[in-house]
Design a binder for this molecule. Structure first.
Ligand SMILES: [Zn+2]
Length: 605
């Protein structure tokens, strides 16, 4: 795994760059990312580009032997541009234009912004496209972050109408697919399908689903345009990627990764989630464009951040563990954020590899030791997961729109099964159903909300090839428009399963799973076994006591529960694996077996 760091020459004194570069190299780094927020420094006024300072920065870092990742600066336009062309600014649901300032306050649909983005990227390409030290280009920065993918401007409204017309052809087709007779919501034409603004009661779930998909598509189009510009001008060995923030759901990471084959993510685990949540994000990114996706961590937390609720201290040993975790999850590169902390701006408490006075933080020595360890181990064989977790953004949006219980989400229902698999030492590819599922022994599908003919074909194809498929609670209930299926559930696989789902409960009683004696969780599905074998039953609960909790027919399972404990017990039964301690990850890599114990912050092999 190549290791690097993010640097901001526009904010740091020139006379320090040389020392920074030599010190990076001495630390063992070989990549540095620069430029992704520097538009106002590249172009202080329209068409008056000032690249001399950037030339010098590139010269300094490349002379030191570092490979450069150049960021396109479109996550934050300069003020003169917002003043000159205010239509580039994002519009909030209440119709207010976003104020200029901070970041991501731009509309991904705006033709003006797309043309300005092409212009500044073109200027960067004119100067640096052939530079031998540039190993990669990063397009934009964390699109969708801060809930910025959705915009309510007039251009987005028009584009949404066009997008819907392309999807449905006629307004009658939309009205029928969405069932707009409900609450008298029938539309006379595509122009009258308003982007969803706050209403007294909830909005129509099909409209909300379409808006999420449309907004993701607009961001992907925006990224794709820059990707195409760059790809046309750089050599085949130069990477192009867009870094997504790991927690975001706004932009479909698979569609972004598919643009040029390299996925990347920004990873800030401490203060935001558990070690297994981080592992989930890594696996989601690592298989974003299919099983052979290459993946980078473009920003890796290296100390406390400033933007979570608590921003806790990062303990000694944690940065080493995060670095190893990325390497063992199959990542090809990792860049720490950031070389020196900012003295100005919104991230004053956001730490890096140095303090503001230039002295190294605890992470510095830890990173040096970790790089040396990774060098001694040498290249790691790629992961070969036996298990796949079926995941799609459409499922995530559907459940987030209709969670059925406050506080639950697609991410939470997927994490129950994911953590169970990892606890059993099973490595997991997180894929969608366009992947050949038959390459896995087991496919887990909790919260697989959306049923489509293509998805059903992919699952039945895998079953015929001998893969065992375990559907989890809340699976195969809505169509791609987020309308409830009129088929017997699980829709599309009811006949294959020989059993049916007759109800979905938001559980209020304590319920356990027999014979395992573990909690079922609060999302429970009521099953009628029919011709399927009953492998486990519910115990307790007014509506569930004694009823089937897990059924199976010829390799297809339905598990009605949603708890890590129940998934662990069932998967242990199915795979013969034994559960290890929580928050511990096991990786088989060639002849070596690596264990990360996140509780003790140890990595052993
Ligand atoms: Zn807009």
């Amino acid at each position: 795994m190549r290791i690097g760091v993010c640097h901001y020459p526009e904010a740091l004194p020139r006379d320090g760059w040389g020392n920074d570069a030599r010190s990076m190299k001495a630390l063992g780094l070989d990549l540095v990312r620069i430029g992704e927020f520097a538009w106002s420094t590249f172009e202080p006024a329209r068409d008056s580009f000032e690249f001399d300072w950037f030339d010098e920065a590139i010269e300094v870092f490349s002379t030191a032997g570092l490979g450069l990742i150049l960021g396109t600066p479109t996550a934050a336009p300069p003020l003169w541009l917002s003043l000159e062309r205010p239509s580039i600014l994002l519009t909030h649901p209440d119709g207010r234009r976003a104020q200029h300032g901070s970041r991501r306050h731009v509309c991904m649909t705006s033709e003006a912004y797309r043309s300005e983005a092409a212009r500044v990227v073109g200027a960067l390409l004119d100067r640096y496209a052939g530079h031998p030290a540039v190993v990669a280009w990063q397009v934009d920065n964390e699109p969708g972050n801060h809930d910025s993918a959705r915009c309510w401007c007039d251009e987005c409204q028009t584009a949404f109408s066009v997008w819907l017309e392309r999807r449905f052809g006629t307004i009658d087709a939309l009205n029928q697919a969405w069932g707009t007779g409900f609450w008298s919501q029938t539309y006379p034409d595509f122009e009258s399908v308003a982007l969803p603004v706050p209403t007294l009661a909830p909005h129509h779930p099909s409209l909300l689903m379409a808006h999420r998909k449309f907004a993701s598509d607009q961001s992907v189009d925006f990224i794709a345009a820059q990707t195409r510009l760059i790809r046309a001008r750089v050599g085949a060995g130069v990477e192009i990627t867009t870094n997504l923030y790991a927690e975001d759901l706004a932009v479909d990471a698979r569609a972004v990764a598919a643009l040029d084959g390299l996925a990347s993510m920004d990873s800030y685990p401490h203060g935001t989630g558990s070690p297994m949540t981080t592992a989930f994000h890594l696996d989601l990114t690592a298989s974003a464009a299919g099983p052979t996706t290459r993946a980078w961590v473009m920003e890796q937390q290296a100390g406390p951040v400033n933007w979570t609720e608590i921003n806790p201290q990062v303990p000694d040993g944690q940065v080493r563990v995060w670095t190893w975790q990325a390497a063992l999850h199959g990542f090809d590169a990792l860049l720490y954020f950031r070389w020196k902390p900012a003295r100005h701006g919104q991230e004053l408490y956001h730490s890096g590899l140095h303090r503001h006075d230039g002295s190294p933080t605890a992470a510095f020595d830890e990173i040096a030791a970790t790089i040396e360890e990774l060098r001694r181990i040498g290249p790691l064989p790629a992961p070969r997961p036996r298990v796949a977790l079926l995941h799609s953004y459409k499922d995530a949006w559907a459940i987030d729109i209709n969670p059925h219980r406050k506080g639950l989400s697609h991410r939470s229902i997927q994490l129950e099964a994911y953590r169970a698999a990892r606890r059993l030492g099973l490595e997991v590819a997180i894929v969608d159903s366009t992947t050949d599922l038959s390459r896995y022994e087991f496919v887990l599908a909790p919260g697989l909300q959306v049923t489509t003919p293509e998805r059903i074909l992919a699952i039945t194809g895998a079953l015929e090839a001998g893969t065992r498929v375990v559907l989890g609670a809340r699976s195969l209930v809505v169509d791609r428009e987020n309308a409830w299926s009129d088929q017997t559930l699980p829709a599309g696989l009811h006949h294959r399963l020989g059993a049916r789902v007759v109800d979905h409960l938001s559980q209020t009683d304590p319920v356990t799973i027999d014979p395992y004696g573990v909690p079922a969780g609060v999302w429970t599905d009521v099953l009628e076994a029919g011709e399927a074998a009953v492998l486990a039953t519910y115990s307790g609960g007014t509506f569930l006591d004694g009823r089937p909790a897990v059924v199976e027919n010829a390799g297809l399972f339905y598990a009605g529960f949603a708890s890590e404990e129940a998934w662990t017990a069932l998967l242990a039964d199915l795979t013969g694996a034994t559960a290890g301690p929580p928050d511990t990850e096991v990786f088989e890599r060639g002849a070596r077996r690596f264990v990360i114990d996140h509780r003790r912050l140890t990595v052993t092999w």
